[in-house]
Design a protein around this ligand. Structure first.
Ligand SMILES: Cc1cc2nc3c(=O)[nH]c(=O)nc-3n(C[C@H](O)[C@H](O)[C@H](O)COP(=O)(O)OP(=O)(O)OC[C@H]3O[C@@H](n4cnc5c(N)ncnc54)[C@H](O)[C@@H]3O)c2cc1C
Length: 471
């Protein structure tokens, strides 16, 4: 037996001492952890290609077990990767020869504070389970990503995610009050003793975990804001003369402070697929805790739409979106695979002044690529300063076309001043473009990683990985 194999065996024995039977190195289970939902990995898997396999999976139940696992990884210089729901779409979680630290056994609700309106949970709780629990008590977290059935709280924080109701309630960064972390060097950053609504006590090191994608350590607990379930809801759909005209209306809605919970603008290509309706349209959900406020917002919304020449067509499409919203990807797969096609989604954000140009140029440039079948778009997640556009690209199922699409897409976004990701994150997929996006700050992120992770073992090969020459 080689020295390396003896070392691995020793390591795995010690992992088993820490977590007991909550461990596996069964290749059939490791295969599940060799990918997330990155469409390139699922394409490769569908062809029977070998994916990068982890070494083993451990399911710790306590912060002490996570700490012991990370200390062990440092001792043996064996990499580890935190793993949540595995619903990431960028290849952020898979990691060759790593110990997978799957946090899903750490799934307790620690405290629901109904007076101060927050909940503290272990990071492995599924967002759906948490929402169901809160709903049973009359509350909601209102963080409902399309991956609601799969994602867990730690993964949502680590990828800087947004939910479908973010236009009113914000992204995960707006909901997060506090966090507990086992750092990549085996250190520990606990929760505050008492939660505070805000603090001005220097840079908040814990916020570095937002978007860290498993590269700084493992998030073990989080405290998140909660809301009472809104009592009053109104739903409506408006048809526009163009996608750009709908974006202009969205700007007006946001500047008036109407803050719909959901505002989604579909271009006619995507509307045709989703609603069988060949027109640019926008669906709205307004929700409030006071009927008077809801009525006032609804009537203001109608005025803006009328002024913009939009045609009101009622609730039907909102209801159909609510019904189908978690099945969208499987619906696309069913449509494209039998035709020898594949797909990916690319989400971006830009300010109002450039959003229409980003939409037009992205569609034009990507559609021209040989092998691309169609480019659909919707805009969702709005701010006073701009919004997010989410493109779905359907193309011939081969890797060459895949990378041509991504090269052109990233280049178009960067040249136009849009971000390369609004909420899916970086993973292996966008690593190539992260320097163009972040510039000098990437250098400092790598220095921070070196501080947290002196052995470079926390989810290696991803965008914050440092070289000795860089630090
Ligand atoms: C159908 C579908 C719809 C989606 N819709 C949305 C959407 O609406 N909005 C959105 O934002 N995203 C969406 N996504 C992307 C994805 O679900 C999110 O990025 C989600 O946040 C990932 O959570 P997860 O628990 O599955 O994380 P994983 O995929 O398990 O991990 C993602 C990254 O986080 C790290 N990580 C996981 N847990 C921890 C932890 N405890 N500590 C430190 N690092 C950790 C991993 O190492 C990895 O780098 C969608 C994905 C799919 C497949």
């Amino acid at each position: 037996m080689s020295e390396r194999s003896i070392l691995k065996e020793d390591f795995l024995k010690r992992v088993k001492i820490i977590v007991g039977s909550r461990f596996t190195d069964d290749p059939r289970i490791l295969k599940v952890y060799s990918r997330d939902f990155w469409p390139l990995l699922t394409l490769r898997e569908s062809r029977g290609d070998e994916l990068a396999m982890p070494l083993a999976v451990a399911w710790p139940k306590t912060v002490e077990e996570v700490t012991s696992l990370i200390k062990l990884c440092n001792e043996f210089k064996i990499p580890f990767t935190p793993y949540g729901g595995g619903s990431g779409v960028t290849g952020a979680a898979p990691c060759r020869d790593c110990l997978v630290i799957d946090v899903k056994a750490m799934n307790k609700i620690i405290e629901l504070n109904e007076e101060d309106m927050y909940v503290t949970v272990e990071s492995g709780i599924m967002i759906k389970k948490l929402e169901e629990y809160l709903n049973s008590k009359g509350y909601t977290i209102r963080h409902i990503p399309q991956s609601f059935p799969e994602a867990v709280v730690g993964g949502l924080i680590a990828t800087l995610s947004t939910g479908e109701y973010s236009t009113k309630y914000g992204g995960i960064e707006d909901l997060l009050l506090d966090i507990e972390v086992v750092t990549a060097d085996g250190g520990f950053i606990p929760l505050r003793e008492k939660i505070v609504p805000r603090t001005s006590t220097g840079p908040n090191i814990k916020k570095l975990m937002l978007g860290s994608e498993g590269q700084l350590g493992v998030i073990t607990k989080a405290t998140l804001k909660i809301f009472q379930i809104p009592e009053y809801t109104s739903k409506n759909t408006f048809v526009f003369n163009s996608f750009e005209e709908a974006l202009a209306a969205a700007r007006e809605v946001m500047l008036l402070g109407l803050q719909p919970a959901v505002l989604r603008i579909y271009d006619k290509d995507e509307a045709a697929l989703r609603f069988n309706e060949d027109r640019d349209l926008a669906i709205f959900i307004i929700e409030e805790w006071s009927k008077a406020l809801l009525d006032a917002k609804e009537s203001e919304l109608r005025m803006v739409m009328k002024k913009r020449g939009a045609l009101e067509i009622g609730e039907e499409y909102v209801d159909s979106w609510l019904k189908k919203r978690f099945d969208v990807i499987s619906d696309v797969v069913k449509l494209v695979v039998p035709l020898g096609l594949w797909f990916d989604t690319i989400e971006t954000a830009a300010t109002w002044s450039i959003l229409p140009k980003v939409y037009r140029e992205f569609k034009r440039e990507v559609k021209m690529i040989k092998g691309v079948n169609s480019v659909l778009a919707h805009a969702s997640h709005f701010y006073s300063t701009g919004g997010c556009i989410y493109f779905t690209i359907v193309f011939e199922a081969n890797e060459e076309v895949y990378w041509r699409v991504w090269e052109k897409a990233m280049d178009t976004l960067i040249k136009n001043g849009a971000t390369i990701s609004h909420h899916h994150g970086i993973g292996l997929l966008r690593k190539k473009w992260i320097e163009r996006e972040l510039g000098e700050s990437l250098k400092y992120l790598k220095k921070i990683k070196r501080l947290f992770d002196p052995n470079n073992i926390s989810n290696p090969g991803k965008f914050m990985e440092w070289e000795s020459s860089e630090a």
